[in-house]
Write a protein that binds this ligand. Sequence first.
Ligand code: ZN
Length: 129
Amino acid sequence: MSDKYIVSARKYRPSTFRSVVGQQSLTHTLKTAIASGRLAHAYLFCGPRGVGKTTCARIFAKTINCEHPTAEGEACNECPSCKAFNEQRSYNINELDAASNNSVDNIRDLTEQVRIPPQTGRFRVFIID
Ligand SMILES: [Zn+2]
């Protein structure tokens, strides 16, 4: 993978539901859930590689922690929580590569971590990829 590729992949990573291309029904469902305040405790994103499952999960994690979400259920991208997410320094998002972290001990660690409430923001989100 060349440096050029990494840069453009970062540059064009969508930061709002509106900018995710080709997943209107999913992003509509998630925005409606956020706008109505009715969130499930877990969501399962299914589909082939490259369609935007992890991207949508990251945007969702950011948006439910946003301090000033828009009426359409989008993140403001300006509050401290959004900035922490966008700069990848939020403590409220934990990504686990489930392909290589699938032992009993890994899952035991995960269930331990899930017990700890967020120190700032409203939700801690675990993305199990
Ligand atoms: Zn925000």
